[in-house]
Design a protein around this ligand. Structure first.
Ligand code: FMN
Length: 281
């Protein structure tokens, strides 16, 4: 194994958060990227607790479920930059979603971790926001290249990133987090100001009554995070740590997970079906 990383490939991403003006967020729009239905989606469970906290802080909240929307793949034709500036060739639900996010003071991107990255459905939506910027190359403050924003679109949008994953360690979100920060750091590229990131590993136990105590602790902290962000303008790092921390024995977690998978295989059930059965029993 050769461990010397070429200098050109020593990537690092700048991770910083904007402080919001306390009380300034009146409308929160959650963009939910899980393909699972409400009730079985763990992303949804976490995003709902966050939205509840925002609601308690006085904000109006709205959730857009990407799985219910028609979002065609960007064709890379650049019509939105050339022939029809600001307008995509596709006539689907993306323009409406963008319009809804434009009306928000805070946009929450909530996605499960799939193969260590942002789920493709969410990525597909983000890629389709290309009409928001112009094609020209400009130098940003740190000397790197970006594109200018297009007139008529809200340039900077405050954002919160929510992620859930099956493994019990938060470290798996490294590339997911980096992707959002690269998008945000590009400035003109997407116009995103990240106010907070909330990651919950071992998400599959959410909603499982057997782990009520752990789940209530986590979801209570997520709700507080939503409330705190809107009332204080920021979320204390210790609260984010509390959400990310798994207070269960890892060997017991393996045992429980592997037993559940065995039942699913033996009884020809999906995991959401088994979880539903557990909730009902
Ligand atoms: C195709 C696929 C890829 C996944 N990749 C990862 C992964 O890289 N790391 C991880 O910890 N969990 C992974 N998971 C587990 C999901 O993150 C987990 O089941 C999560 O709860 C799904 O969120 P949802 O319930 O909102 O859909 C993956 C699940 C699927 C279906």
């Amino acid at each position: 194994m050769q461990n010397e990383i070429p200098k050109a490939l020593q990537f690092s991403h700048k991770q910083s958060y904007v402080k919001l003006e306390p009380g300034s967020v009146k409308k929160v729009v959650v963009i939910q990227g899980s393909p699972r239905k409400e009730g079985t989606s763990k992303t949804d469970i976490v995003a709902k607790s966050f939205a509840d906290g925002c609601h308690k802080a006085g904000a109006e909240t709205e959730t857009i479920y990407l799985r219910e929307k028609k979002i065609r793949q960007c064709q890379g034709c650049f019509h939105c930059w050339t022939k029809t500036p600001g307008k995509c060739i596709h006539n689907d639900d993306v323009a409406d979603i963008m319009e809804t996010t434009e009306s928000a003071d805070l946009v929450v991107y909530a996605s499960p971790l799939y193969h260590f990255g942002i789920i493709s459905l969410m990525k597909r939506y983000i890629e389709r926001t290309l009409p928001r910027i112009e094609p020209f190359l400009i130098k940003r403050d740190d000397g790197k290249t970006t594109h200018p924003p297009r007139k008529g679109f809200k340039y900077i949008q405050n954002a919160v990133i929510i992620g859930v994953c099956g493994f019990p360690e938060v470290e798996h979100f490294g590339a997911f987090s980096a992707n959002f920060h690269y998008i945000a750091n590009a400035g003109g590229e997407f116009g995103m100001n990240i106010a907070a990131e909330i990651y919950r590993p071992l998400s599959e136990i959410l909603g499982n009554p057997f782990y009520k105590e752990e789940n209530d602790r986590v979801l209570g902290a997520v709700e507080k995070a939503g409330y705190d962000l809107l009332t204080n303008g920021h979320i204390a790092p210790s609260l984010i740590d509390e959400i990310a921390e798994v207070r269960l024995d890892k060997d017991q977690v393996y045992e429980m997970a592997n037993k559940s998978w065995e039942i699913c295989i033996d009884e020809c059930m999906t995991m959401p079906e088994l979880q539903q059965k557990l909730i009902e029993s």
